[in-house]
Structures are given as structure tokens and as C-alpha cells.
Design a binder for this molecule. Sequence first.
Ligand code: 5GP
Length: 191
Amino acid sequence: MDLLKKRIEEEGKVIGNNILKVDNFLNHQIDVELFIEMGKEFKNRFAGEKVDKIITIEASGIAIAFATAQAFGNVPVVFAKKQEAGNLSGDVYSSNVFSFTKNKEYVVRVDKKYINKGERVLIIDDFLANGQAALGLMDIIDQAGALAVGAGIVIEKGFQDGKKLLLEKNLKVESLAIIKEFSDNKVIFGQ
Ligand code: 5GP
């Protein structure tokens, strides 16, 4: 998606060897107009797929999941929680996720009442790195007896294993921008 790639080129900051910081429009401040366009683009990429619900992980996935849900006719958005909260019933699906950016494992939880057997669920997230967040969501979808129809990713880092692992699970993956590499602190896009 050219509009997104332009923003990454102009505003993205490469941190170390493999982290991209895009706080300006994606992870700290949200560019609403861009998000609405990205939501429509996900709808195009998954055209023809029946989607009952969208799932993501708090916090960075929520806004893009919301924009995508609007393009899909206001389907519900469910976001997996990372903290054990008093207001979450004990009856949850949970999965362990190793965080790429924080270098530690955490648990994601979804209340059983929010994913039902047979539902067709689209995974949406801001980044795809090693695929652990998306695999955790797939695990929760599986536990519920629902079906993962695909993963829509804003920025895929194509030099990491995530896409490969999701494709091995027969999940359709659509990324709006694919980064081939970082070179001299610049982003090089690929396919
Ligand atoms: P994965 O589970 O695919 O290894 O990593 C995906 C999650 O890690 C995303 O939900 C995102 O929050 C975070 N993440 C991974 N790589 C980056 C990155 O380069 N920049 C930012 N801002 N977040 C990232």
C-alpha cells in the first residue's frame, strides 16, 4: 500500500538491527485517515471472505482492528488481554506468546463468551515479526472451535520467520507493507 510505505519511509525510525518505530502514525499517535484507508485495503485483500469477527491483541492492534471492522460492515472486534484482570471471568481461552519487542513470554486471554464455535475470525495486527502473537491468536481461535480466515498485518518484517510459520499453518497472510531489510537505517521494501 503506497500511502503507508510513504509514511514509513518519511517517518519510520530504525532501532538497532530489527525494530521499526512508527509511533508518529501507528503506535503512539494514530492517523485516523490512514487507518480508515488501511481498513478498506484489508477489506479488499480479504474480499469474498465471510468474516464474523476480528481478533487482535491489546493495545496496538485495537485501532487498526476497529478500522478494519468498519470496512467489514461493523463486525465485532475482540482483543486478547495481556493482563489478568478482575473483570475478566475465569472462563477464558489463553495462550502463551513470546514477545519479540520485550523479549519475554506473556499470556493472552479471551473470555470464552466472545468467540463461538464455527465463527469465521480474521486476525489483525500492527506488525508481523516472528509470528508469535498471530500464532497465539490462532491457538485461541482453535480452542474455541472457530476458524481463522487469515491474518491482516500492517507492517510485515519479511526478514523474520512470522510469515513462513503462518503459511505453514495454512493461514492466508496479507500485509500492507513488507520490509525486506533495514540498510543504513533505511527501510528497503520487498514482496
Ligand atoms: P511477533 O509476535 O510476530 O514476533 O511480533 C509481533 C508483535 O510485536 C506486534 O504485535 C508488535 O506489537 C510487536 N513488534 C514486532 N516487531 C516490531 C517492530 O519492529 N516495531 C514495533 N513497533 N513493534 C513490533
